[in-house]
Ligand binder design. Structure first.
Ligand SMILES: [Zn+2]
Length: 382
C-alpha cells in the first residue's frame, strides 16, 4: 500500500491501495495480536480514504475558485474592448454626420448667407475625445470657418485611430485572458474527474472496511466526509423526478417564484451595478429543496465555482449550457461526465458563493452568450 509519488492532489491515489478484505480478516482470526494489527491497518485505510477525498475536494475548490477569477477577468477585458470600439464608432458616426453638415454650411458661408458668430471659437480648443464628441456636435449644428473645421476633423480622425489602436491592444489582452480562463476550466474539470474516480473507489471499499472493523469489535467513526457526500447523492438518486412536460422539459424547482430576473440590477451583495446573467428561483423554505435538471444532457461541471458557489453545468445535445448555482454544501448529486435526464433530481438548493440567502441561480448560455433563461423556458412550455 505504497502511494504513488504524485497525484493531482499530492494525496495518495486510492486506486493503487490494496484494501483489506474479509479473506484477510479470516486469515488473522484466532491470533489476538494479528487481529489488533489488522484492525489498525483497516482504520488507517479508512482514514486514508477520508484524507484522499478531502484533498481531492480541496483541489476541486481551489481550481474552481481560480476558474471563477479567470473568467471574471476575461469578461471585464472583453467589456473594455466593446467600450473602446463603441466610442470609436460613435465618434466616426458623428464625424460623418458633421462632414455633411459642414459641407452645407461652408457653401452658405461662401455665398454670404451665413456669418460665423465669434463666440464659437471657444469650442475649438480640441483634445480629449469626450470633448471632441461634444465639439463635433456643436460645430455640426452651428459651424465656423473652413480651416478650423478641417483641424477639428483631423483631430477627430486621430482620436478614432487612437481608440481603434487601444481596442486592438485590449482585444489581444482579452483573448489571452479567455485562453487562461479556458485552461483554468480544464483544470477545474480535471480536479472534479479526479474526485469522482476517488469517490468511486472509496464507495466500493469504505462499507467493507467499516463492516470488518465492527465485526472485530472496534468502533467506526460515525460520520466521515465520504458518508455525507454519498448520502446526499443516494437521496437524490432515489428522489422522485420533477414533472416533465410534453416537450421533454422540467421546471428547475417545484412551485418556485422568481426573486430576481435576468438583466441589469444593483448587486444584492456588493451594491455595485451589474448585469444579472441568471434568473433566481425561490420557494417556501428554499434551503435544501431539490433542484431538477431542466433538460437532458451531460454534466460538464460539478463542483465549486467561486462566486457561484457549488455549481453544476449541464450541456444539452444542441450545445446549450444550463447551469445551477449556489447549491448547498454537500448538495451536489451528479458528477462530471454523467448523463442526466430532464426532471432528474440533481442537487439541493443552498446559498454558497456570493449569495444573500438560499435560492437557485439558473443560467442558460447559447453560443457562449448568457440569455434570459425565462424566455428560453417559456419557449419550451415551462
Ligand atoms: Zn442570480
Amino acid at each position: 500500500m505504497t502511494p504513488p509519488a504524485s497525484t493531482p492532489t499530492g494525496a495518495p491515489d486510492l486506486g493503487v491501495i490494496d484494501f483489506a478484505t474479509r479473506e484477510d480478516m479470516q486469515r488473522v482470526a484466532g491470533d489476538p495480536a494479528a487481529v489488533a494489527q489488522f484492525a489498525r491497518q483497516v482504520e488507517a485505510q479508512l482514514k486514508l480514504i477520508d484524507d484522499a477525498l478531502r484533498e481531492a475536494q480541496t483541489k476541486v475548490d481551489q481550481t474552481g475558485a481560480a476558474y471563477d477569477l479567470a473568467r471574471t477577468a476575461a469578461e471585464e477585458a472583453r467589456g473594455t474592448v466593446d467600450q473602446l470600439e463603441a466610442d470609436a464608432t460613435i465618434l466616426r458616426d458623428n464625424a460623418t454626420l458633421s462632414d455633411e453638415t459642414v459641407g452645407m454650411l461652408v457653401q452658405r458661408m461662401r455665398s454670404g448667407s451665413y456669418v460665423v458668430p465669434p463666440e464659437l471659437g471657444v469650442f475649438l480648443s480640441v483634445d480629449p475625445h469626450d470633448d471632441l464628441l461634444y465639439q463635433y456636435g456643436v460645430v455640426s449644428a452651428l459651424s465656423v470657418n473652413e480651416s478650423e473645421l478641417s483641424a477639428l476633423a483631423e483631430a477627430t480622425a486621430i482620436e478614432i485611430d487612437r481608440l481603434l489602436d487601444s481596442a486592438e491592444v485590449a482585444r489581444d489582452e482579452a483573448e489571452r485572458l479567455e485562453d487562461e480562463a479556458e485552461t483554468a476550466k480544464t483544470d477545474a474539470v480535471a480536479a472534479q474527474q479526479w474526485l469522482t474516480s476517488q469517490l468511486n473507489i472509496a464507495e466500493n471499499n469504505q462499507n467493507v472496511l467499516a463492516d470488518i472493523l465492527r465485526e472485530l469489535g472496534y468502533n467506526v467513526a460515525p460520520t466521515s466526509y465520504l458518508s455525507t457526500m454519498i448520502a446526499t447523492r443516494q437521496t437524490l438518486l432515489a428522489s422522485p423526478p420533477g414533472a416533465v412536460n410534453a416537450l421533454g422539459f422540467a421546471a428547475p424547482m417545484a412551485n418556485a417564484t422568481i426573486s430576481s430576473p435576468f438583466g441589469p440590477r444593483t448587486h444584492p451583495v456588493n451594491g455595485g451595478s451589474a448585469m444579472h446573467y441568471g434568473t433566481d428561483f425561490v420557494t417556501g423554505g428554499t434551503c435544501g429543496v431539490t433542484i431538477y435538471a431542466v433538460a437532458a444532457g451531460t454534466v460538464t461541471y460539478s463542483g465549486w465555482l467561486g462566486t457561484y458557489g457549488n455549481h453544476i453545468e449541464i450541456m444539452l445535445a444542441d450545445g446549450t449550457r444550463i447551469s445551477y448555482s449556489h447549491i448547498a454544501d454537500g448538495g451536489l448529486g451528479v458528477r462530471v461526465g454523467e448523463r442526466v435526464v430532464a426532471g432528474q433530481a440533481i442537487a439541493l438548493a443552498g446559498t454558497t458563493g456570493l449569495s444573500t440567502g438560499c435560492h437557485l441561480h439558473l443560467e442558460v448560455v447559447v453560443a457562449g452568450q448568457p440569455i434570459d433563461a425565462m424566455g428560453w423556458l417559456t419557449a419550451r412550455g415551462l
